[in-house]
Design a protein. Sequence first.
Length: 279
Amino acid sequence: MQILVIGSTGQLGCELMGQYPDAIGISSKDFDFKKTTKIQSYLNELGQFDCIINAMAMNDTALAEKEVGDAFKLNAYALKEISLYATVTNARLFHISTDYVFNGSTGNYKEEDLPSPLNSYGLSKLTGEYFVKAYAKDYCILRLASLYGVKSVHGNFLEKIYSKFKAGDSLKIVDDQYMSPTNTLDSINTIKALLSLDKLPSILHCSGQGKCSWHEFASTFFSHLGEDILIEKCSWQDFPSALQRPIDSSFNTTKIKQYLTMPTWQDSLKNYVEKRHLK
């Protein structure tokens, strides 16, 4: 199977390239995907693929709020061109989206729940979903949340708090914002399971089962490390910001159980610690 990974140098993309060493990987280092009118001709030069996995995005939420135009080019308009290319070449398309398409007012979101993003990042990603639905034929929109993985390039949440801990810094983490963290390996196992299907689910929520606050996530992480440390609890309101974020963007993962058994977020986190060789 010929696989194209778009966004191959990011956290998920690096993991995908490790799992699929024969795949072709491209990133912003190879092509400027903000030049949306040239995307199809660039992809055509690469040839044809059986499967395209789009893990490319502007996922810095603060930057997306400042550079809205570029966020929409990368997270939305580029998806129209990628979807058209996938359709013309009869390729399956897996598009990576986010929990930020929801406003976080209820949590436990199902795939069928109505999105209502709070910020430019969420809105641009939701628009990208709409383009996939409109222009791709054989596709799956895979929504992930609070992604972390062994092959973190720019440093995920866990890498950052671990660095602070090793430096002897105190930790103060929000305890009233909730999510369903996603291990990169769980998302890749999901893609592997879906590839064998004749018909893909159009949208699928992929995360560890259950939900947690950022404080609970951090505390469990250090517990798996065997470190008994005090992490100060705080509220998201202690960090005033013009950028709105969901209070509870947790996923309902009932649907994904049709295709594979997803571990709890605690077990996925333990697996990450063991593979990262932090203990």
